[in-house]
Design a protein. Structure first.
Length: 75
């Protein structure tokens, strides 16, 4: 399982997919979420702006990503 560090929480789901280059663009991120291809904590998530916090697990294309808060970078 890969870890994704965020600097603040919450972060919208589609932004994580886009900024971590899990998908190639924001439009693609929104499309795969709309299509039900993304799971958050084991459940299909279709809300593009779902608030993601540390400890959440995102699954896409048989890969899992754990969200961790970078305490050094908190604003």
């Amino acid at each position: 399982m890969k870890e994704i560090e965020i600097n603040k929480e919450p972060v919208e789901l589609y932004k994580i997919l886009k900024f971590e280059s899990i998908v190639s663009s924001g439009g693609e991120a929104k499309a795969v979420i709309d299509d039900g291809q993304v799971l958050v904590n084991g459940e299909v998530e279709t809300r593009k702006r779902k608030k993601i916090i540390a400890g959440d697990i995102i699954e896409f294309m048989n890969e899992k990503f754990k969200i961790v808060l970078n305490k050094d970078m908190q604003v």
